[in-house]
Design a protein around this ligand. Structure first.
Ligand code: FE
Length: 201
C-alpha cells in the first residue's frame, strides 16, 4: 500500500486531562472523535506510555479540551513535550478551570471542552481505546478547531539548522543521536514511533 494515503486522514488536536488521588495531568492527543449521537459518545485512544493513560484507566473520567487555530506552540510544548511523571503541569498554569466532574479543562487556545465517562475499553497493544459517554461540555470561543495539518503548517516552529547527526522526530523535534534508529523506538518526548522520525542529512 501507499503509506502516504494515511497522511490524508484528518484529525483534530486536543488536550486530554484527568485527575487521580488529588493529582492532575494532561497531554496532547489527536485521537478523540464522536462515534454516536444517541447516546452521545466519543472514543479516545491513549498510548499506554502516557501518565494520563493510567489515570483514565483507573478513574474512568476525563475531559477533552479542543485546541483551536489560535493555540500557541507553548501550549503544545507544555502539555505534549513533557511528562506528568516528571513535572506538575498545573503547578503554575493559569488557564485551567475545573469542570463539574472535578477534572481540569483548558481555556487557553481552545474553543470548547467536553467531559466524559468511560463505558468500555479495548486493549490495542500499544494503546488503550476508551469508549465514553459525554457528560458535559461548553463552547469557549468561535475560533476554528485546529487540525493536525494546520498544526504542522502554521503552529509548529520551523526546524533549526542541525549540527547533530541522527534522526529527528517530525512531531516534536526530539533528536535521536545514532546512525540506526531501532524500528520499535518511541519518542521519549511525544511518544510517537519510529515512522514519525526523519534522518538528518
Ligand atoms: Fe517526538
Amino acid at each position: 500500500m501507499n503509506g502516504a494515503a494515511m497522511y490524508k486522514l484528518s484529525y483534530g488536536l486536543f488536550v486530554v486531562t484527568a485527575r487521580e488521588d488529588g493529582k492532575d495531568n494532561g497531554c496532547i492527543t489527536n485521537t478523540a472523535g464522536q462515534v454516536t449521537t444517541d447516546p452521545n459518545r466519543i472514543t479516545l485512544t491513549v498510548n499506554k506510555a502516557n501518565y494520563t493513560h493510567d489515570m483514565i484507566r483507573n478513574t474512568g473520567v476525563f475531559n477533552v479540551s479542543i485546541l483551536s487555530e489560535k493555540a500557541s506552540f507553548s501550549t503544545f510544548r507544555h502539555f505534549g513535550f513533557q511528562s506528568g511523571r516528571d513535572v506538575d503541569k498545573f503547578a503554575d498554569y493559569p488557564a485551567a478551570r475545573r469542570a463539574e466532574n472535578g477534572v481540569y479543562y483548558i481555556e487557553e487556545g481552545t474553543n470548547a471542552w467536553l467531559s466524559a465517562k468511560v463505558v468500555d475499553t479495548m486493549d490495542l497493544g500499544t494503546h488503550t481505546l476508551f469508549l465514553a459517554d459525554v457528560t458535559g461540555g461548553e463552547v469557549l470561543s468561535d475560533d476554528a478547531s485546529a487540525t493536525y495539518a494546520y498544526y504542522h503548517a502554521n503552529i509548529k516552529p520551523a526546524p533549526e539548522k542541525e549540527t547533530k547527526k541522527g534522526w529527528r522526530c517530525k512531531i516534536c523535534g526530539y533528536i535521536y543521536e545514532g546512525e540506526v534508529l531501532p524500528d520499535d523506538f518511541v519518542c521519549p518526548i511525544c511518544k510517537h514511533g519510529a515512522s514519525d522520525f526523519e534522518k538528518i542529512e
